[in-house]
Design a protein around this ligand. Structure first.
Ligand SMILES: *[C@@H]1O[C@H](CO)[C@@H](O)[C@H](O)[C@H]1NC(C)=O
Ligand SMILES: *[C@@H]1O[C@H](CO)[C@@H](O)[C@H](O)[C@H]1NC(C)=O
Ligand SMILES: *[C@@H]1O[C@H](CO)[C@@H](O)[C@H](O)[C@H]1NC(C)=O
Ligand SMILES: *[C@@H]1O[C@H](CO)[C@@H](O)[C@H](O)[C@H]1NC(C)=O
Length: 416
């Protein structure tokens, strides 16, 4: 067992991240400046000039700004001149967003502070070139059509991305979505999507690519609602791999009727899982990236909720709240092990006691399941309701890949 080694490695990783965290906090403090009353301001696309507005001193009592003040990142007592040697030249809109902003009514006990530091991913400043391109736009104008740049930045760790003060690219001839329930199983109109970031430029092409296109694309056949999507999870009997495909009704049948009401599908592709659950009156939010396809637009057009976060981001739900978390084909051995460990604990966190985690077709190489992933999954504290292991053959038997489908329950009592 090399667990000793593994632990010392993860300790140094942790220390490294602690160091990063501390240093970025200092960085933010360094940049802290003020942004007073939003009652009136003049957005400007050029470098924001110092203003000579009176500077209210932050107090711990309610203060009412008296004069109209201007948006400012400079020219107040709270502004620290950045050290030019240690900090890359960051875009002014990035500084405007992330800099400390004084609460108009002063110190708040809820915040335990008089200042808000709007959040962005810790790693944003590691990619100053891309960040500069992303944050270069005309304030109050149209954002650049730069979805691909934004997604790459996000996937590298600039997550959440900084907010922008511009309007996102949108198709000029947008149409209303199909009404429910038609929308659930209809291919949306092409004009609901900005196609710039994708190889395909219409839904026809996306539907065809499962048949015509060689090579890999994430969820290649997901846009064809008349194909495989049509029967996914509808029954547990059409299994090619001997029991790895659980049916939704079979899974819901393990719970008291009506107690599975809300949940999350991680990396849910075209959101067919959420659609089927909606047909059973269960509300599911589907996380997805737009990897060479307009997954988020498509999910929304179907009439279920897309959530644009990667597998790296903390789930935006409170502890002990969701009835079910499902994930198919996404949680697998491409995810760094430490990240996966955190993610599994995050799933455990958001599930309510008695909630279920349906791990659907987790895959990895043969011996990894026994040596690495099985123990990690088991360590989190779920009860095993179902645990089915089978061979994954789609890329050839010589790769000795394995699938795991499991139904795991967060204990109803003593889950802490
Ligand atoms: C912001 O943009 C909108 C729409 O283009 C325009 O009507 C408005 O006047 C602009 N506001 C400012 C303060 O420039
Ligand atoms: C899609 O929208 C366009 C208008 O932008 C319309 O001309 C077209 O008929 C629509 N297509 C479908 C299939 O509804
Ligand atoms: C998709 O396939 C159909 C039938 O094979 C074909 O008629 C159509 O032109 C294809 N569309 C695109 C955009 O490739
Ligand atoms: C969903 O809810 C509606 C309205 O309450 C009800 O009529 C319908 O039978 C429910 N469907 C299922 C599958 O439970």
């Amino acid at each position: 067992m090399d667990s000793q080694n593994k632990y010392s490695k993860s300790l140094s990783t942790n220390l490294f991240f602690l160091f990063l965290l501390l240093s970025t906090n200092l960085l933010t403090l360094f940049f802290s400046s003020t942004f007073y009353s939003s009652c009136s301001f003049t957005p400007s696309s050029t470098t924001i000039k110092p203003t000579n507005t009176p500077t209210p001193t932050p107090t711990h009592t309610t203060t009412t700004p008296t004069t109209a003040t201007k948006l400012s990142t400079k020219g107040t007592d709270n502004y620290f001149e950045p050290n030019k040697d240690s900090i890359p030249d960051l875009p002014s809109e990035f500084l405007a967003y992330t800099s400390g902003q004084l609460l108009p009514f002063g110190y708040s006990t809820n915040f335990d502070s008089d200042t808000i530091f709007p959040p962005v991913g810790l790693s944003c400043t590691r990619f100053p070139g891309e960040l500069r391109r992303y944050m270069s736009y005309q304030v109050n104008g149209s954002c650049p059509d730069d979805e691909l740049l934004a997604q790459k930045l996000l996937l590298k760790g600039c997550e959440p991305l900084p907010r922008r003060r511009c309007r996102p690219a949108a198709s000029p001839d947008n149409v209303e979505p199909y009404p429910l329930p038609t929308s659930l199983w209809s291919t949306p109109n092409d004009s609901s999507v900005v196609w710039t970031a994708y190889t395909c430029k219409n839904y026809d092409c996306l539907i065809n690519r499962s048949r015509n296109q060689k090579g890999f694309d994430d969820c290649k056949d997901c846009f064809d609602l008349q194909g495989r999507e049509k029967t996914r999870w509808s029954t547990s009997k059409d299994s090619k791999y001997g029991g790895l495909d659980f049916g939704i009704d079979e899974v819901l049948g393990t719970r008291k009727p009506g107690t599975v009401r809300i949940g999350l599908d991680i990396g849910g592709g075209a959101a067919t899982f959420a659609v089927r659950m909606m047909e059973r009156n269960v509300t599911i939010v589907t996380t997805s990236m737009n990897l060479n396809g307009p997954f988020n637009s498509f999910i929304a057009s179907r009439g279920v909720v897309p959530l644009y976060i990667s597998v790296s981001q903390r789930l935006p739900f409170f502890d002990n709240t969701l009835d079910i978390v499902h994930s198919m084909h996404v949680l697998s051995n491409w995810i760094p092990t430490t990240l996966l460990h955190f993610l599994l604990f995050d799933i455990y966190r958001v599930l309510r006691p008695g909630g279920i985690f349906w791990l659907d077709h987790f895959f990895c190489a043969g011996d990894q399941l026994e040596e690495v992933y099985g123990p990690i999954i088991e360590s989190v504290g779920f009860n095993k309701l179902k645990w089915v292991v089978g061979r994954k053959l789609d890329r050839g038997p010589e790769l000795r890949e394995m699938y795991l489908s499991a139904l795991l329950e967060k204990p109803l009592k003593n889950s802490w």
